[in-house]
Design a protein around this ligand. Structure first.
Ligand SMILES: [Mg+2]
Length: 179
């Protein structure tokens, strides 16, 4: 059975929304996703605010209640009926993220059992046939078929197959067409 590895942040869970939300809360400035094209928030804020932004994901609550990326729940549930789905998420750099991500999956993706949740440090440990991820540093070292899931920071990537929205998943996985 085809094994598909799926990243969480900015593929299933909208972490960028939290960065923008907390920055507006703390500094009263609302950045747009378009302003993050090819970059990330910590790179474009005034230098004196940068350290605070870099600390956000280390802060308790950052990964709690993140918005679910549009259509991800329905499509991943459909994929889960046909393929071997593993959620593969780096959850060691930000220690609170480990528990908050587990709870988030329980709430929004209860059909992903604990045996299919891989919380790791470096994703090179994860082997599979397909990886859907938003970062070059994960996609470039994957030993299977890498698919970039569109996020502001990766809009300029050219070397991967690209999935803009979850509803486009049927273009990559034929069996979805029948669902
Ligand atoms: Mg990600």
């Amino acid at each position: 059975m085809l094994r598909i590895l799926i990243d969480m942040d900015d593929v299933m869970a909208d972490a960028i929304a939290r960065f923008l939300e907390w920055y507006e809360r703390d500094f009263g400035v609302k950045y747009s996703r378009e302003q993050l094209h090819g970059t990330k928030l910590s790179e474009i804020v005034p230098p004196e605010n940068r350290q605070k932004v870099l600390m956000y994901p280390h802060t308790k609550g950052f990964f709690k209640d993140l918005p679910v990326i549009e259509d991800s729940k329905e499509i991943i549930e459909a994929l889960n009926n046909t393929y071997e789905i593993f959620v593969v998420s780096a959850a060691m750099e930000f220690k609170h993220s480990l528990y908050e991500k587990f709870e988030w999956l329980d709430e929004h993706f209860p059909f992903i059992p604990w045996k299919r949740r891989v919380f790791c440090g470096d994703k090179t440990i994860a082997k599979g046939d397909v990886l859907i991820d938003d970062h070059d540093f994960n996609l470039s070292v994957f030993n299977g078929r890498p698919i970039v899931f569109t996020a502001p920071h990766n809009v300029h990537y050219t070397k991967y197959e690209r999935m803009n929205k979850w509803r486009d998943a049927h273009n990559f996985f034929d069996e979805l067409l029948s669902t």
